[in-house]
Design a protein around this ligand. Structure first.
Ligand SMILES: Nc1ncnc2c1ncn2[C@@H]1O[C@H](COP(=O)(O)OP(=O)(O)OP(=O)(O)O)[C@@H](O)[C@H]1O
Ligand SMILES: [Mg+2]
Length: 147
């Protein structure tokens, strides 16, 4: 093979190598860039209403846990909301929802709509960038694996 042909071949190989890497990186970027993790801490008695509103917004996948917590009032229980558990901690419910960015505002709207009474202790919403999501059954990742 002539030197020229060899170089051409090499550069084609190089290109092929580049191509085989590039889409993966693109996909990784695409898959994860707009994936968020919404964490909502709410009053336990608001759970049903929040779940209903999430469903109305087509947000169906959710993790729910019973948790203990305290906010600015350092766990001082209100008479009308006596969910006091132990020490300075109050019973709350935590919702965790991984969504594509397009659903973040719908998710926040549903939690606010269902949990906001205007009284102290209504709860809080945290929105995090989600590094990765993997559907165990298929191995799908990123945005594909979310819903
Ligand atoms: N900065 C925080 N970090 C971690 N968890 C928090 C934080 N703020 C609130 N929480 C959690 O949210 C729950 C409810 O908080 P809460 O609604 O009392 O917030 P707040 O800041 O005290 O607001 P408010 O004045 O309306 O009561 C807490 O019991 C705790 O579990
Ligand atoms: Mg508080």
């Amino acid at each position: 093979m002539s030197l020229r042909a060899e170089r051409r071949n090499l550069s084609r190989c190089g290109l092929r190598l580049l191509r085989s890497y590039a889409p993966r990186n693109d996909l990784k970027e695409k898959g994860n860039k707009h994936v968020k993790y919404v964490v909502g801490i709410i009053q336990p008695d608001r759970l049903d209403e929040v779940l209903k509103r999430l469903t109305d917004e087509e947000v169906h996948l959710v993790t729910v846990s019973n948790v203990l917590g305290r906010g600015r009032q350092k766990g001082i229980a209100q008479v009308y909301r006596s969910h006091k558990e132990q020490g300075s901690l109050l019973k709350k419910v935590k919702l965790e929802i991984a969504v594509n960015e397009a659903f973040v505002e719908k998710t926040v709207k549903a939690i606010l709509g269902g949990a906001q009474s205007g009284q102290i202790g209504d709860g809080k919403i945290f929105i995090l960038d989600l590094h990765e999501c993997v559907r165990i059954r298929t191995g799908e990742r990123g945005g594909e694996a979310i819903g």
